[in-house]
Design a protein around this ligand. Sequence first.
Ligand code: ADP
Ligand code: MG
Length: 693
Amino acid sequence: MRPEILFPIFSPVTKLTGVGPRIAKLIEKLAGEHVSDLLWHLPSGLIDRRYAPKIAEARIGAIATMTVTVDQHLPPKTRRLPYKILCSDDTGSLTLVFFHARADYLLKILPEGEERVISGAIESYGEGIQMPHPDHVVEVKDRASIEAVEPVYPLTQGLSLKVLSKAVKGALALVPELTEWLDGPYLAKQKWPSWNAALTQVHSPEDETDLEPETLPRQRLAYDELLANQLALALVRAHMKKQPGRKIEGNGELNQRVTSALPFELTDSQKESVSEISEDMSSASRMHRLLQGDVGSGKTVVALLSMLQAVESGAQAALLAPTEILARQHLATIEPLAEAAGVKVALLTGREKGKTREPILAGFASGDIGLAIGTHALFQEGVEFNDLALAVIDEQHRFGVHQRLALTSKGKAVDVLVMTATPIPRTLTLTAYGDMEVSRLTEKPAGRLPIDTRSVAIDRLDEVVQAVSRALNQGTKIYWVCPLVEESEKIDLAAAEDRYAHLNAVFGERVGLVHGKMKGKEKDAVMAAFSEGSVDILVATTVIEVGVDVPAATIMVIEHAERFGLAQLHQLRGRIGRGSDKSTCILMFAGNLTQTARKRLEILRDTEDGFVIAEEDLRLRGAGELLGTRQSGLPEFRLADLASHADLIATARDDAKLILEMDPELESQRGQQLRVLLYLFERDAAVQFLRSG
Ligand code: ADP
Ligand code: MG
């Protein structure tokens, strides 16, 4: 239950004066539905109204607050002309200008012969100056009601700054006085204000530097959010650790058979990862390990060898992939190897229906099938395992925590191995996984040549097509990735279809097209034709982004590379350079590149190290954009800026650890306040793991 003290700020925004259903919708879109969401909506700019010149000395272009006498109203002769009001002080005169004005209203707020304080932008007009549509007009006695410095908030269409500012003020007025949850000495050392003071300060910037994430109040709030995140992760983890595990021990026999059937030698980090996982599995506690390895680093084999340990022990293992293409790809890799070891494998996706599905389900239920590979269809109702002991979750960032839990509930004390190809920087790993154990594949399999990456302007398309034509004659396969238009899959598709038609006119049947809207069977057919058969150029939207493995493909053309994120480009490029032939990646861009876009393409040209690329990406833009937070499964932070507050993450992790060591159930005085913090940042789920939560 949420503590009562937080009720006022968790009420809907409609509770605020001036916020009706229409405004509430806009606020919801912009910030969120609760009053608290407005508190986290921080100013992105400010308007300084402290400049209070006399008319004669007012600077053109400045925002000025001035006391003037209203001399004369000059209504326009036609509606199309502006309404003017002449004003003056003892140094000169100024004209107020209004378009589409209502005369009665203007006469009321600016009566002739009286003094008023006005605030707005100064413009030049002929010899004199004017102020179009002043932001504020008040009586002299109310001068103080014009804020010296006004915060400016990010807005959305239809919501004015005036209305939003008023709502934020209303929200701030509802903020309860909360007792400190941070450690006193730490707080003092950081020179941070209290939570209440910090909140007030971030919403009343005095100058531009107050808007920086490094300011003390912004740091403080960011830290609170990060601490809530780390505490929540630590609580979930403590909960999982308490759950009984089981020893999954193998005799190494299947492992041996598969290893000798491999056409290659495992890399050192593959060997190391396999043994780390093996040790976890054979220990009595529950495994929760992350296998992090760049694209092409060979995670699948590591997964297979780990899964075989479960089979050796007489149990089963499942491999969960985010898409059907990937699940099939895994099957293609694993099946021949498993066969060599005499282990049965089956695929289960949404497409295995009726007659095909029955024997698969029966095999899982009887234990006859040792290895299950599939999509989310694996954890749907009706799927039973005889004894599921290990769940491997590939490309985890597409799955939520719930889905992970759903799969582990198909067995008892299921060990979990999460695989990710997204080279998440260490700091981000912490925010997403907390202290989860990590195995890293740090080297590429031997014999890989570096990928030659170039950027080329789109107006050289013909040259690229000619180069592709030459490569085709030498037996090369080519990926042609079409632009990403974020707003609409439809437009993505249209672009891909256009390019397909264009290339088809040149190269005929050798061109194939694959996109997200295709049916599974059609996709498979095209992919199969590309990997084994007649299709040599595969035009694709980003569906090929993860996992697909066609070693003969050594050229990739990416159109509108400037529209992709760095990490995404890196993932895409990882599709080539898998065989022993030299590979080339051509990044085509359109128009004039921005500084950042140019820098991105440079980084990509300079390195193939996914971790370096991810760190650079994080520097160049926010963490949210880095992976597309929504799909990434990374938590979205409202106050913490993962690029500028990175060092606070590790501190929050250590802090959370220490807190729970001393007070595992958050029962102390400070523990109670920390519970409030968890609720404040809506980590309610984590509180449930506390005894008296
Ligand atoms: P990812 O980590 O991206 O999932 P995969 O597991 O798909 O990578 O492996 C990419 C390719 O590298 C596959 O063709 C796989 O057979 C091959 N591979 C994996 N490990 C090695 C190795 N140690 N030496 C050579 N090739 C390897
Ligand atoms: Mg993979």
